[in-house]
Design a protein around this ligand. Structure first.
Ligand code: NAD
Length: 471
C-alpha cells in the first residue's frame, strides 16, 4: 500500500533563486541518511507516481488543456504511457536490485565476483514543454527505481502544468522538490553539483548545459530531438503506412521528438501515398481540423511564425501544398500540412520541424534513401514501411538512429522493456525500464576472495626471484 510522505521527509520547493542551493543541500542531506536505498522506499515512490496520476488526473488534464490545448484522447495515450512505464518498473524492481553474478577467472578462484547497483545520489531532471507529464514522471520513476532522490525543473512554457508539479510532487513523493522558472533558475540549478542530470530538450540548450557543468565531472543524459526520417518503399502497405504516419506526425500538433520529420518515398508509389496521407488527415481530423476536438495547438506565436516561414520557403522553392498550409494565429492553430516536391536544401529540411508539417521527398530506391539519411546528422528515430526484408535490413543496418520502427512510427517509446534515447546529436544515454534503473545506478564490481587458499596464489607476491618464501 502506498503511503504519502510524512512532514519530516518532505523537501521544500525553492521559491526564489537564492533558495536553490539550500534545497539542493537538503536533498543531499536527506539522501545521506540512507532511506532511499531500501526496496520499500523505492516501491512507495513509484506507487506515489501512480497515485498522483490517478487521483489528480482531472486537475492535470485541465492544466494540459490550458497549456497545450490537449485533447482527452491524446491525454489518455500519454497517461497510459506513464502508468505502463511505472508499473513495469514496479514489477521488475526486485529483480533489478539483485546483485548480478559474473564469472571468475580460474586463477582468481576460489572467490565470488558480482555487481551491486548503488544509487548515484541526488539528481536533477529538466523537462521540455511537450509531453510534460511523461517527460518528468518517467525520468523520476527511473531515478526512484535506482534509489535516488531528485530535483525537478519543468518547462516554464507550460505554466499550469509546472504549477501542478510544484503543488503535488512534494505531497505525493518523498524527497522530491520542484524548481519553477526558466533560464536564471536553471542556471542556478546547474551551479549545484548533481550526481546525474537528465535533460530532455533541444540540442542548443544541451550544449549550454554541457558547457555550464564542464569540469565538474557530472554524468549527463541528454534526451534530444532531430529529424527522424520515414522511408516508404514500393512494397509497403500504403493504407496502414498512411494511417500510422499521420497519427505519429500530427499527434500533439507535431510536437513529438520522435515524430516522422519527413518522408522519403519511392517514386513509383509517391502519388498513391500522398493521396492516402491527405485522406487520412481528413478521416482523423475532419475537413476542418480547427474544429476537431482531437487536434492540438502550436505552443505559441513564435513557433507559429517559425513553422509558417518553413512552409513559405518550401513553396517559394517549388514545393506543392498537398493539404493544410494555413494558420489562425489567435487560436494557435496550424492545419495539418503536407508538402510534396520539397527541395533537400529548403528550410523545412534544415532543422527539426517540431510542428504539423510533413515534407515528402522522392527517392528512386531505398539505397538512395540510406545515402540521403546518412549524409545528415544521426536522428532520434528512423522508420521504414515495407514488406521486403531487403529494404528493412538496409535501413536497420545502414542508418544509425536512437531507435527504429518497422511498419510503424513513434510507438516504440511505449515499450518499457527497450531503452529510449538518441545517438550523436539526437542524445546521449537512455532510460526506460532496466536502462532507466542502470542510468541512475553505479554498477559497483565486487571481488570477494577466499583466504584459506592464499598459499596457492604465492606467485603474485614479491620477491619474484625464484622460490623464496614469500610470507
Ligand atoms: P528547450 O531545450 O528549449 O527547453 C528544455 C528545458 O531547458 C526547459 O525546462 C527550459 O527551461 C530549459 N532551458 C531553456 N533555455 C535554457 C538555458 N539557456 N539554460 C538552461 N536551461 C534552459 O526544449 P523545448 O522547446 O521545451 O522542447 C523541444 C525539444 O525537446 C525538441 O528539440 C524535442 O525534440 C526535444 N525533446 C526530446 C525528447 C526525447 O525524449 N528525446 C522528448 C521531448 C522533446
Amino acid at each position: 500500500r502506498y503511503q504519502k510522505p510524512g512532514g519530516a521527509s518532505r523537501i521544500a520547493n525553492p521559491s526564489k533563486v537564492e533558495d536553490i542551493a539550500k534545497a539542493h543541500q537538503a536533498l543531499k542531506d536527506a539522501f545521506s541518511l540512507g532511506a532511499t536505498r531500501s526496496y520499500a522506499w523505492r516501491i512507495n515512490q513509484l506507487k506515489g507516481i501512480l497515485s498522483l496520476v490517478e487521483e489528480k488526473e482531472a486537475e492535470l488534464f485541465q492544466a494540459y488543456k490550458l497549456d497545450l490545448g490537449k485533447s482527452q484522447g491524446e491525454w489518455f495515450l500519454e497517461k497510459n504511457s506513464i502508468l505502463g512505464e511505472v508499473k513495469h518498473t514496479i514489477a521488475h524492481l526486485r529483480e533489478l536490485m539483485q546483485p548480478e553474478s559474473r564469472s571468475t577467472p580460474l586463477w582468481m578462484q576460489p572467490a565470488s565476483t558480482y555487481i551491486v547497483r548503488e544509487p548515484l545520489g541526488t539528481v536533477l531532471i529538466i523537462g521540455p514543454y511537450n509531453y510534460p507529464a511523461n517527460l518528468i514522471l518517467c525520468p523520476l520513476a527511473a531515478a526512484f527505481s535506482a534509489g535516488c532522490n531528485a530535483m525537478v525543473k519543468p518547462s516554464e512554457q507550460m505554466p499550469a502544468t509546472a504549477d501542478f508539479f510544484a503543488k503535488y510532487l512534494p505531497i505525493y513523493l518523498d524527497q522530491t522538490a520542484v524548481t519553477l522558472g526558466a533560464v536564471p533558475e536553471t542556471t542556478a540549478l546547474l551551479e549545484c553539483k548533481w550526481d546525474r542530470i537528465l535533460f530532455t530538450g533541444s540540442e542548443r540548450v544541451a550544449q549550454i548545459i554541457e558547457k555550464k557543468v564542464a569540469g565538474t565531472l557530472t554524468p549527463l543524459c541528454f534526451e534530444l530531438g532531430g529529424k527522424s526520417p520515414t522511408v516508404v518503399d514500393s512494397s509497403a502497405n500504403l493504407t496502414v503506412a498512411a494511417r500510422r504516419i499521420v497519427q505519429g506526425k500530427f499527434i500533439n500538433c507535431g510536437a513529438t521528438c520522435i515524430a516522422p520529420d519527413y518522408i522519403l518515398v519511392e517514386s513509383k508509389v509517391k502519388a498513391a501515398l500522398i493521396e492516402k496521407l491527405t485522406k487520412q488527415v481528413e478521416i482523423f481530423y475532419s475537413s476542418d481540423p480547427q474544429t476537431s476536438g482531437d487536434y492540438g495547438r502550436v505552443l505559441n506565436s513564435v513557433h507559429l511564425k517559425r513553422l509558417q516561414g518553413m512552409v513559405d520557403d518550401a513553396v517559394k522553392s517549388g514545393a506543392k501544398v498537398e493539404c493544410g498550409g494555413t494558420q489562425v494565429v489567435e487560436d494557435r492553430f496550424m492545419a495539418p500540412t503536407i508538402l510534396s516536391g520539397v527541395r533537400p536544401d529548403s528550410a523545412v529540411m534544415k532543422e527539426e520541424i517540431f510542428g504539423p508539417i510533413l515534407p515528402i521527398l522522392e527517392v528512386s530506391s531505398v539505397d538512395e534513401a540510406v545515402d540521403f539519411i546518412t549524409s545528415r546528422p544521426k536522428p532520434l528515430a528512423s522508420y521504414i514501411f515495407s514488406s521486403k526484408n531487403r529494404s528493412i535490413n538496409k535501413i536497420r543496418d545502414g542508418v544509425s538512429s536512437g531507435s527504429m520502427c518497422v511498419n510503424d512510427a513513434t510507438v516504440q517509446v511505449l515499450s518499457p522493456d527497450i531503452p529510449f534515447g538518441g545517438v550523436g546529436p539526437s542524445g546521449m544515454g537512455a532510460y526506460h525500464g532496466r536502462e532507466g534503473f542502470l542510468l541512475f545506478s553505479h554498477s559497483k564490481s565486487i571481488y570477494d576472495h577466499d583466504t584459506m587458499t592464499d598459499g596457492l596464489t604465492f606467485m603474485r607476491y614479491p620477491p619474484f626471484n625464484g622460490f623464496k618464501k614469500r610470507t
